[in-house]
Design a protein around this ligand. Structure first.
Ligand code: NAD
Length: 254
C-alpha cells in the first residue's frame, strides 16, 4: 500500500509480540522506523524484538500507570514518539446467554479502556514530537456482529466511534495528530487459529461456516492487515482522520 520512509520516526505497538501487531512492527522496521513492541508476553516479546530489531517493553494496556511508565521510557530516549498502534486485544466468545459479566468487563478493560488509555497517555508526547498518527485496531465486529461476539462487539464498536471523537479533539487542539480505526476481517493469527482450536469440533465447524467460509477472499494473512495500518501511519493518508478502514476480503459487503 505504501513504500513511505519512516526513517527518524518512532512507533509504539501494543500487543506487538504476535499476529497483526508483529506484522506491522516488521513492516515499519523494514521502512526505517524505530519500533517499541509493548506486550504482556514478556519472554516471547523480548525474543521477537531481538529477532526483528525492535525494542521491547512490558505493558498491560488496561493499567494507566503502565502506560505512563512506557511513555516515560520512550520519552527518555530523546527520539520522540510519532506512531501509536493500539492493537492489543482479546476475544472471549459468548452469547447474551453464555457471556459472563466478568468476561464482559475483562474484554472492555483490555479492548476499549486500553485504547482510551493509549491515546490519552501518549497524545502529549506525540504532540511534543511534532504530531503523528494513531491507528486503533477495531474489527468487522465493530461494524456488524455475530451472536457469539457480545462482549467483543461491544468493545470494538466502542473503539470505532471513540476514535472519531479522539480524532476530532486532536484536530480541534491543532496537535497535528491524526487518529483512525482499522477493521480487520478474519486473519490467521493465534487469536483466531487458537480460539478455534479450543472449540468443540461441531462448534468450530458452525463458527467457520457462518464466518471464515463466507469470506469472498478467504482468511487474511497478518501482513495484509499490517499494510493498511502502515498506510494510515504514512503521509499518503495525510487527509484521513476519524476514518474507518475495512480490510475484510469482502465479508461485510455481502
Ligand atoms: N485475528 C483476527 O481475525 C482479528 C480480526 C479483527 C480484529 N482483530 C484485532 O487485532 C488485534 C490483534 O489481534 P491478533 O489477531 O494479532 O491476535 P494475537 O492474539 O496474535 O495478538 C494479540 C496480542 O495482544 C497481547 N495482549 C493481550 N492482552 C494484553 C494486554 N492486557 N496488554 C498488552 N498486550 C496484550 C497478546 O499478548 C498478543 O501478543 C486485536 O485487537 C484483535 O481484536 C483481529
Amino acid at each position: 500500500m505504501t513504500n513511505a520512509s519512516f526513517t527518524g520516526k518512532t512507533a509504539l505497538i501494543s500487543g506487538g509480540a504476535s499476529g497483526i501487531g508483529l506484522a506491522t512492527a516488521q513492516r515499519l522496521i523494514t521502512q526505517g522506523a524505530t519500533v517499541w513492541i509493548a506486550d504482556i508476553q514478556d519472554t516471547l516479546g523480548q525474543q521477537i524484538a531481538e529477532e526483528i530489531g525492535a525494542n521491547y517493553l512490558h505493558l498491560d494496556v488496561a493499567k494507566e500507570e503502565e502506560w505512563t511508565s512506557a511513555v516515560e521510557l520512550i520519552a527518555g530516549q530523546g527520539q520522540g514518539l510519532h506512531l501509536l498502534m493500539n492493537n492489543a486485544g482479546i476475544a472471549i466468545g459468548g452469547t447474551l446467554e453464555t457471556q459472563t459479566t466478568a468476561e464482559f468487563l475483562q474484554t472492555i478493560n483490555i479492548n476499549l479502556l486500553g485504547v482510551f488509555l493509549g491515546c490519552k497517555v501518549c497524545a502529549p508526547l506525540l504532540a511534543l514530537s511534532g504530531g503523528g498518527s494513531i491507528v486503533n485496531v477495531s474489527s468487522i465486529w465493530g461494524m456488524v456482529s455475530d451472536p457469539g461476539a457480545v462482549a467483543y462487539s461491544a468493545s470494538k464498536g466502542g473503539v470505532r466511534t471513540m476514535t472519531k471523537a479522539i480524532a476530532l479533539d486532536l484536530a480541534d487542539r491543532k496537535t497535528q495528530i491524526r487518529a483512525n480505526s482499522i477493521h480487520p476481517g478474519f486473519t490467521a493469527t493465534p487469536m483466531v487459529v487458537g480460539s478455534m482450536g479450543e472449540m468443540e469440533p461441531e462448534e468450530a465447524a458452525q463458527f467457520a461456516a457462518r464466518t471464515i467460509e463466507r469470506v469472498p477472499l478467504g482468511l487474511a494473512e497478518a501482513d495484509q492487515i499490517a499494510a493498511a495500518a502502515v498506510f494510515l501511519f504514512s503521509d499518503d493518508s495525510s487527509f484521513m482522520t476519524g476514518s474507518e478502514l475495512v480490510i475484510d476480503g469482502g465479508f461485510t459487503s455481502a
